[in-house]
Design a protein around this ligand. Structure first.
Ligand code: PNS
Length: 161
């Protein structure tokens, strides 16, 4: 049986931290789907199409990785793609509480779906999309924290403002 895992997130924008986690995750599953949340209530820096395009470019050539978007409950999306696992990363202790709450709620909603936590490489343990957006918006260099296409997109986005 094919084992499918879903790695969900806003990916606003995708960082080397996300990619490190996806690269680790894909070694354990036949198919890994990076599922980009639409979420119209948050005001993302990049719209859904842009976030998807940036993730797609970043994982180009990764044989068992797909990029998709979802809306609504994650457990419903996971069921629709036959996933048995939700993949998430825990970087630092402060991630733990939020991640546990989500994992418990998802288990409540869909007991057969397992959440698997992976630990990203130390080099990216402090990298978050929120900080990348903030630093890039203030003119700081994030080149080593995000793939080249994201770095370019950030420069264009903030040059325009
Ligand atoms: O990148 P993020 O913002 O940490 O990802 C959060 C995400 C997308 C995993 C979470 O917001 C989510 O799963 N949203 C979908 C709605 C849902 O299923 N909510 C209940 C889960 S507890």
């Amino acid at each position: 049986m094919k084992r499918t895992a879903v790695y969900p997130g806003m990916f606003d924008p995708v960082t080397h931290g996300h990619l490190d986690l996806a690269d680790r995750g894909r070694r354990h599953y036949d198919r890994l789907i990076l599922a980009v949340l639409r979420n119209d209530t948050k005001q993302p820096l990049f719209n859904l199409d842009e976030r998807i395009a940036l993730v797609r470019e970043a994982v180009e050539g990764w044989s068992n990785v797909e990029v998709d978007s979802f809306d609504g409950l994650l457990v419903d999306y996971a069921r629709s793609v036959d996933a048995s696992v939700i993949l998430r990363g825990i970087r630092v202790a402060s991630d733990f509480e939020y991640e546990m709450q989500m994992a418990m709620m998802n288990r409540h909603l869909s007991p057969e779906l397992e959440t698997v936590f992976l630990v990203p490489t130390e080099a990216y343990s402090y990298v978050s999309s929120r900080l990348v957006r903030e630093v890039a918006g203030l003119g700081g260099n994030v080149d080593n924290l995000v793939p080249a296409n994201v770095s370019k997109a950030l420069k264009q986005r903030f040059a325009r403002d």
